[in-house]
Structure formats: structure tokens, C-alpha cells
Write a protein that binds this ligand. Structure first.
Ligand SMILES: Cc1ncc(COP(=O)(O)O)c(C=O)c1O
Length: 363
């Protein structure tokens, strides 16, 4: 049985007529950067998330960089985040000359453990970046309460959680700034790189709009040192189509995630635990298995693709060795990283495919 880890071809087939037509409109208009498609997308993202401002940008990584730049974070500053995430979360902190201060994760949700944050705060702490991993929001109320007490802004790394909800509110609109990614394999994926930044703060929004366009407030008048962080019109056109169908896809993802968890209940693997008040968008469906390498090999024999998000926590990555962390510093992240593995997940995964995967795991 042929199973894709994420079935982007099936999705394209489903929306092909609409996507082709939207993209061809961009080609014939010759408005490749900004313009009507991007404005439409940003307005739709405002409506979807409830945030006052939604700003399209070039990637999730750039969304995080622009957010840190908007908060003037740089050399000498500290930013608290989790070591159990994709490298971009902490890479951007180092990129701007600031220092990542890692805090371990909660064993159930794999998101930053709010009870450990306060001990990591110093007078140099300039932001907290919780990551809403695998499509489930971090415990944002608890994190926001600590941040408010210390007057520190919170940037939600929502690169995996666009479409998730937290106590009825949409991910990306849960803190000072929310950052998402439209990398093709994300729940809402473009046909190339893309991302968006969300905020309710007018001043931050205006600054980010300038920063992503070389710090210009008008043409060739540069108020800040910025960058080229724009989202192009072709990506906006694709996203406009996909966003129209997104609710249907998130419901399918939720259903497939719940069905995996039901079918895998007594199989001896740890299935995802979704905290009360959370609805996950299941960017990944990740289970924990004692002998992961053997399980991956067995599934591989049946041509079932798997992935590991993430095998090495960031504090043990060579690139972060200057931070001086060592093995044993974040025991939960370290243990989870040796057991976690992701199964095929997309709104187009059929029940027959899912049954085949579950039978292979049982075997
Ligand atoms: C948690 C997290 N943060 C940041 C990023 C970076 O997003 P992008 O690939 O769009 O730059 C990703 C994407 O994989 C991610 O999963």
C-alpha cells in the first residue's frame, strides 16, 4: 500500500482548478510582490485568527527574526525558550546576537513547562518564546501570567500550530506576537517558503511592516536597518485558495489524530496527550516508543514513511555548544528525543491506510 508521509499531491488534485486559476492571475497581472493577493490573504488571516494585524512574510524563521527585531532584541539580551523544537526557534536568537536560555518541557504535551520559567528569568530576559509543538498550543495563560508579572513580551512560535485553538482562541493570537510558517508541509502550506506575523499591537505591526521591507517607511527612506522578508504574490494566491478549505482540513486532521489515538490505545506506545482546552491541528502525529529504531525499521519494511521530530535537543547540538549546556541539563527533552517518532499524517490519509499503519505498529 502506497502511503505518503504528507499527501500534498492529493491536496493539489483536490484544489487544482482554483489554485491554477489564482496563480495564473498573478502571472498575467505581473504583480509578483505585494498587491491584491497579499492584501486579501492578510485580511483573511485577520478574520481567521481574530488578531488585529496579520503580516505576510518570507518564512517562519523570518517571522521570528522580525519579531525579535521589532522588540529590539540583540547582543546582551536573553530569550527563554525550549530545547525540544526545530532549530529555527533558537537559531534566530543567536542570529541576532542574543542568548537562548532553555527551559525543559512538560512530559505530556512536549511544550515548555511553565512551572520552570520563572527560575530562568533574569534582568537580561527580553522575551519568552513558547513553541506550540506538533500543532498543540503551549500553556499560554500560565506563560502570559508569568510574562506579565515580569513585563516581558511573549512570542508564540506557532509555526506548527496555525489552526489550533487554546480555550477557544486561535493560535497566533495568544500573546504579544504570534509567528507561523507556511512551509509546504505545514497545516496551511504554500508552494514555497512563507510565513506570517500576528499582533494586536499597532506600533509593533507598523514596525514589522517596515522591517520586512528594508526598514522603509516610504520608498528609499529607511527608518530602520531591516531586511527583505516579504511574502510573494504567488504564495499568497495559493494560500488564499487553501485557507478557504482550511476548516474542512483541520476537522479531518483532528479526526485522523483522534482515530490514531483510539486504535493505538492498548498497544504499548505513548500517544499524544492533548491538554484540556486545547484542540490540536496535528501538524505531526507523534508517538513515543521504547525501541524507536526497531519500530522505524519494521514500518520501513512495509514502506510506511516515518520521521523523527527531533532526535537531538538543541542544548546538545554542536551549533549551541557556546551556550555551555551539557547532557542531563534538560532530562525530559532528552528522554523524549530518544523515543519520539512521527507517523504519516495529512487530511488525505484514508482509514484503510491508517489501519495498515496501526496493524504494522501492533505487529
Ligand atoms: C517550531 C518551528 N519553528 C520555526 C520554524 C521555521 O519555519 P520556516 O521553515 O518557515 O522558516 C519551523 C518550521 O519547520 C518550526 O517547526
Amino acid at each position: 500500500m502506497k502511503i505518503n508521509f504528507i499527501d500534498l499531491k492529493a491536496q493539489y488534485k483536490e484544489y487544482q482548478t482554483e489554485i491554477d486559476s489564482e496563480v495564473l492571475e498573478v502571472f498575467s497581472s505581473a504583480q509578483f510582490i505585494g498587491g491584491e493577493k497579499l492584501n486579501k490573504l492578510e485580511n483573511s488571516l485577520v478574520t481567521y485568527t481574530g488578531a488585529k494585524h496579520a503580516i505576510g512574510c518570507s518564512s517562519g524563521t523570518d517571522a521570528l527574526i522580525l519579531s525579535l527585531m521589532a522588540l529590539d532584541i540583540g547582543a546582551g539580551d536573553e530569550v527563554i525558550t525550549t530545547p525540544f523544537t526545530f532549530i529555527a526557534t533558537a537559531e534566530v536568537i543567536a542570529f541576532l546576537g542574543a542568548k537562548s536560555v532553555f527551559v525543559d518541557i512538560d512530559e505530556d504535551t512536549y511544550n515548555i513547562d511553565p512551572s520552570l520559567i520563572e527560575d530562568a528569568i533574569t534582568d537580561r530576559t527580553k522575551a519568552i518564546i513558547p513553541v506550540s509543538l506538533y500543532g498543540q498550543c503551549a500553556d499560554m495563560d500560565a506563560i502570559n501570567a508569568i510574562a506579565a508579572k515580569h513585563e516581558i513580551p511573549v512570542i508564540e512560535d506557532a509555526c506548527q500550530s496555525f489552526g489550533a485553538t487554546y480555550h477557544g482562541k486561535k493560535s497566533c493570537n495568544l500573546s504579544t506576537i504570534g509567528c507561523t510558517s507556511f512551509f509546504p508541509s505545514k497545516p496551511l502550506g504554500a508552494y514555497g517558503d512563507g510565513g506570517a506575523i500576528f499582533t494586536n499591537d499597532e506600533e509593533i505591526a507598523q514596525k514589522i511592516r517596515m522591517l520586512l521591507n528594508h526598514g522603509q517607511n516610504e520608498r528609499y527612506k529607511h527608518k530602520f536597518i531591516g531586511m527583505n522578508g516579504r511574502l510573494d504574490a504567488v504564495q499568497a494566491a495559493v494560500l488564499n485558495v487553501k485557507l478557504k478549505h482550511f476548516d474542512k482540513e483541520t476537522i479531518a486532521r483532528e479526526h485522523i489524530g483522534a482515530r490514531y489515538s483510539d486504535l493505538l490505545e492498548d498497544v504499548g506506545v505513548i500517544t499524544p496527550k492533548i491538554a484540556e482546552g486545547n484542540v490540536s491541528v496535528f501538524a505531526q502525529y507523534s508517538i513515543r516508543v521504547k525501541d524507536r529504531e526497531a519500530m522505524i525499521a519494521k514500518l520501513g519494511e512495509k514502506e510506511i514513511p516515518t520521521a523523527v521530530h527531533y532526535p537531538v535537543p538543541l542544548h546538545l547540538q554542536e551549533a549551541f555548544s557556546p551556550l555551555g549546556y551539557k547532557k542531563g541539563d534538560f532530562p525530559v527533552s532528552e528522554e523524549v528525543s530518544t523515543q519520539i517518532m512521527s507517523l504519516p499524517m495529512s487530511p488525505y490519509l484514508t482509514e484503510a491506510q491508517q489501519d495498515f499503519i496501526v496493524e504494522a505498529i501492533k505487529g
